[in-house]
Design a protein around this ligand. Sequence first.
Ligand code: NAD
Ligand code: GLY
Length: 368
Amino acid sequence: MASGTRELTVELGERSYPIYIGTELIARTGEMFAERGFPVKSPILLVTDSSVVGLYAAKVEDSLTASGYSVTRAVVPSGESSKSLAMLDDLVEAALKAGLDRRSTVIALGGGVVGDLAGFVAASYMRGIRFVQIPTTILAHDSSVGGKVAVNHRLAKNIIGAFHQPEFVLYDLDTLMSLPPREVRAGLSEVIKHGLIWNKEFVAWCDENADKLIALEPDALGYALYEGCKVKSIVVSRDERENDLRAILNLGHTIGHALEAVAGYGELLHGEAIAIGMIGSARLAARFGYSETIAGETERIFRKFGLPVRIPAEFKTESIMSAMLHDKKFLEGQMVFVVPTAIGSVEIRQDVPSSWVSEIVDGLREGI
Ligand code: NAD
Ligand code: GLY
């Protein structure tokens, strides 16, 4: 691996896999396939989206072809609406037409939408084939690690899916330089989330280095993504299938997913919705008797990163509450919330009165 490349391992026994974070990596995709013994005779499906295709697909394909692989490109429209059963169907058709067999690989080149969708194609095609993640958004430091793959249903997000781990994750920082500023900020929301659940020193570092991160300064960005991926890999290694610990990664998601559903998928970016949700969770913490400063501190940091901290005025509390009932984070008749106990640590609560949640949602609305 090129010098300066950071490396982590998601420890899952025989299914352990590396995450490489660095520069000039995608031009080495073919080499990495060959080093790992991916079979040359089995065709590869490269899934990407309409915004990413013109930027990076040819570089990945050229590298694979130079190493003797045959690769077929499948392009989905950019945006959350591509995480659908209809798109899964299209991609399975593309895989069949390209002649993918049981030894073939699906590559996800893009953000979390492409990663989740292509990953679910890989998990379901012939009951599961190889899968490689090449994330191209900051947010995808989260989605490309851990093997959760899914599409949305019109009533609920990520409700049709599987756990299917990639063979490796190739995170080329060069690809992040073309991200629109709003996507940069939304992605950083999940980076900060990893600090908020696990590592208060990292939260402080993000706070101090906000300007460098927003400006995509490579050293700061590489370090932040490494630290974010590190938290994610530790948690996934201990609880791959979310029996207990992994649920902490859902900080902000109970309210956040409901906001995304109410907004109509794609209107509020995932990282933006989660940022508002994390402030909601921090306000819940105060109801449970934890320090009232957690909410103010969380909000201050998100404001510094230019993230939304209030629920858009037109979103009705009843709609948000109703969307929460369809979420996966509803267990045994109770909403499940991840609640911060301090900056850098959280607990999982299933005893949150819905009246508290609706009061907090009301209090988070714009104009209040
Ligand atoms: P995304 O994939 O829609 O990408 C955001 C936008 O940036 C899109 O318009 C895309 O076309 C564009 N884009 C991507 N890379 C680019 C680049 N390098 N340059 C310019 N434009 C680029 O969204 P996202 O924020 O990456 O991911 C959000 C999705 O991830 C949601 O569906 C969410 O549910 C999912 N997610 C999954 C997990 C998981 O564990 N599986 C975790 C977190 C989020
Ligand atoms: N983003 C939550 C998880 O991966 O479990």
